[in-house]
Design a binder for this molecule. Structure first.
Ligand SMILES: *Cc1c(COP(=O)(O)O)cnc(C)c1O
Length: 296
């Protein structure tokens, strides 16, 4: 397991690696306020709020959902990091992100808008770097994974990992378990991944381009939809907690791990193969779903 749940900032997670490069660009452009959007329990928003503080920047978050009476999980942490929160409906979220940025500009601020999940060519470079880091670590340990399995949603992580794998000559399967029903399909997701990865390749001056067939995807574990965990996720959380002392988040990592465990049961992966699970974090989500699985 690659433990990106333990990246050092604000309770960890994959968004920290993207934010390293996004905030680098924000500072280069002399911006003073980060603006981003996500669901009410967004890990990306929580880590953007934390990273903003570390970099000496302000942070505005556009969150879709109804504010609960008692903020919990990531939402509680957003407020602790002093982010200014704008609640809205899911349908108006994307537009609202730019409205908030416009309003800040009118007030003389210099907003830097980060897309949902930090998934653009800038953020994705963090996962190119991460893949090179992993390949070095595997070399040191003389391990050659046959597959790397992880949760994929807005695509920056997978785009970066796939590009990094090409650059490093990693031949194993880089398999994203899809978390988000919107992207189910053979339809809209691979073009998004290709665009992000090729933008990142251009940015780092790499002389290669990826195509849709460079992305390995599984859409079998979407369950009831995004942020609707069920038995698959709750069982994976219990299994990992009880057997390894490792925590998963109900939305992303428990769904990906539940999927991986099922693929192993079905014989998709065999005993002689080495599978690396890339833990992308999200453990603060646990507390927001405590009422659904915390009783037994
Ligand atoms: C955002 C997120 C993912 C998905 O990463 P993308 O780059 O958006 O595909 C996976 N796991 C966790 C915990 C996340 O917060």
């Amino acid at each position: 397991m690659k433990r990106d749940d333990l990246t050092s900032l604000g309770m960890g997670g994959n968004k920290t690696r993207k934010l390293e490069f996004l905030i680098g660009e924000a500072l280069e452009q002399k911006k003073d306020t980060l603006v981003t959007a996500g669901g009410i329990q967004s890990n990306h928003c929580r880590l953007t709020a934390a990273a903003a503080r570390k970099a000496g920047l302000d942070c505005h978050l556009v969150l879709n959902g109804t504010p609960p009476e008692n903020p919990n999980g990531n939402l509680l942490l957003d407020t602790l990091f002093g982010a200014k929160i704008h609640f809205c409906n899911r349908e108006e979220r994307d537009e609202r992100l730019f409205l908030v940025a416009d309003e800040l500009e009118e007030k003389g601020k210099k907003p830097y808008v980060i897309p949902v999940g930090g998934s653009n060519s800038v953020g994705s470079v963090g996962y190119v770097d991460a893949m090179l880091e992993l390949v070095n670590q595997m070399d040191d340990l003389s391990i050659t994974p046959d597959a790397i399995v992880f949760a994929t949603s807005s695509g920056g992580t997978q785009a970066g990992l796939a590009l990094g794998a090409k650059l490093a000559g990693f031949k194993g399967d880089v398999l994203g378990i899809s978390i988000d029903q919107v992207q189910a399909g053979p339809g809209p997701f691979p073009p998004v991944l290709t665009e992000i990865a090729n933008g990142a390749a251009a940015r780092i001056g790499a002389d290669i381009r990826l195509t849709e067939s460079d992305f390995s995807l599984n859409y079998d574990y979407l369950g009831a939809g995004y942020a609707m965990p069920g038995e698959l996720e709750f069982n994976a959380i219990r299994d990992l907690a009880c057997h390894e002392g490792i925590l998963l988040g109900p939305v992303y990592t428990a769904r990906a791990m539940g999927g991986l465990l099922d693929l192993i049961k079905k014989g998709y992966f065999t005993k002689d193969q080495t599978v690396l699970f890339w833990h992308t974090g999200g453990t603060p989500e646990l507390f927001a779903w405590a009422d659904q699985f915390g009783k037994d």
